[in-house]
Design a protein around this ligand. Structure first.
Ligand code: PLP
Length: 391
């Protein structure tokens, strides 16, 4: 029987433990497994290759994206590394331009050294995507909603273009989560996640995932997972499996609070612009409505302030924590220009629209009234400081 999302989140890959009947998947804290004779084992031989707690997580993650196959990694970056390792010198990748800073860094500072080239385009324009494709292009890399400007790319349209060229489409689905968006159903070939974010959801573990349907491609990626070796340990797999049990519930509340907060922010005098695809006048709204069930819980805004005043603002919230990362129960905020996107050269950063006065919010699960009150006092103090300087 095909269960629905919240049921799969709790059950997929996690039958009661066959040895003991334990209701919850055990943490098999072991690096290796007994062989009865050389090469004969009970399905596991060495924990880098395959591991029971990790296998439970991999099956569970696959079920969340309606995928045939799942692979788990030690971090989102190691998931990205694994997928890029499909490429050879001379290959070319077309990517969303305002993407996660760490993805930009591994593209341009690591894989570029091995003769792989990258073109960054505004993938919200299918014409721009089409123009960037070359005979050597092997991957179309999409991040949607994008980070930190929350631009939404039409996955189905882009994947159709890529398919016509024989190019694989990869979607980083970290921001949307499989609750809101299922890229494989829209024609993508590979979905990646930083499970560090919403999927685990409690800011207490790092993890990554690769989900896909194609059997041959899965074999290649599984070979690379074992060959490269950036696999998660059993404790981390357990924590992520635990987090996933409430993923559906958490994401609904995250989205509801973000919506209230975004509407409140636009009415604030010291806020120049709010980036949130849930606004009907947002350029991404129509496509977001079409491919996502809700609009996510990341909200970015520009302060009416220069760099120094923006940095001063970051010292004022009490409840919001200034930190990298997102998607956890605790609300976090960051200053992309000097934090998440500091590794992107200033000209490139400004070119894609990440200004020095941009703040990115990851709306957590606290009472949204407390979250608003705290931002309110921080913005009031910023205005007061500005008024003092003018006087
Ligand atoms: C955090 C993040 C990553 C990297 O994941 P880590 O778990 O930090 O290695 C990749 N993509 C997106 C969109 C992210 O937010």
């Amino acid at each position: 029987m095909a269960y629905r999302f919240d049921t799969r989140a709790i059950h997929a890959g996690q039958p009661d433990d066959s040895a003991t009947g334990a209701v919850t998947t055990p943490i098999y804290q072991t690096s290796t497994f007994r062989q009865t004779e050389p090469g004969v084992n009970r399905g596991f031989c060495y924990s880098r290759t395959d591991h029971p707690t990790r296998r439970a997580l991999e099956e569970n993650l696959a079920a969340l994206e309606n995928a045939r196959h799942g692979l788990a990694f030690a971090s989102g970056m190691s998931a990205i590394h694994n997928v890029l390792s499909l490429l050879n010198a001379g290959d070319h990748v077309v990517s969303t331009q305002d993407l996660y800073g760490g993805a930009w860094r591994i593209f341009t500072k690591v894989f570029a050294r091995f003769g792989i080239t990258f073109t960054f385009v505004d993938t919200t324009s299918t014409a721009a995507v089409e123009r960037a494709l070359k005979p050597e292009t092997k991957l179309l890399w999409l991040e949607t909603p994008s980070n930190p400007l929350l631009k939404v790319t039409d996955i189905a349209a882009c994947a159709a273009i890529a398919r016509a060229w024989g190019i694989r489409t990869v979607v980083d689905n970290t921001f949307a989560t499989p609750v809101l968006q299922q890229p494989l159903e829209l024609g993508a070939d590979i979905v990646i996640h930083s499970t560090t974010k919403y999927i685990n959801g409690h800011s207490d573990v790092l993890g990554g995932a690769v989900l896909l349907n194609d059997d041959a491609l899965h074999s290649e990626l599984k070979f690379l997972q074992n060959a490269i070796g950036a696999v998660p340990g059993p404790q981390d797999c357990f924590l992520i499996l635990r987090g996933i049990k409430t993923l559906g519930l958490r994401v609904e509340r995250h989205c509801s609070s973000a919506e209230l907060l975004a509407r409140w922010l636009v009415a604030q005098p010291s806020v120049r612009r709010v980036y949130y695809p849930g606004f009907v006048d947002d350029p991404s709204h129509a496509i977001a409505r079409q491919q996502m069930t809700r609009f996510g819980a990341i909200v970015s805004f520009e302060l009416e302030a220069d760099l120094d005043e923006t940095r001063a603002f970051t010292r004022r919230p009490h409840l919001w924590t200034l930190a990298e990362s997102l998607g956890g129960v605790k609300s976090l905020f960051c200053h992309p220009a000097s934090m998440t996107h500091a590794s992107v050269e200033p000209e490139v950063r400004r070119g894609v629209g990440i200004s020095d006065s941009l703040i990115r919010l990851s709306v957590g699960l606290e009472d949204v009234r407390d979250l608003i009150d705290d931002l309110d006092q921080a913005l009031r103090r910023t205005r007061a400081a500005g008024a003092e300087r003018v006087a």
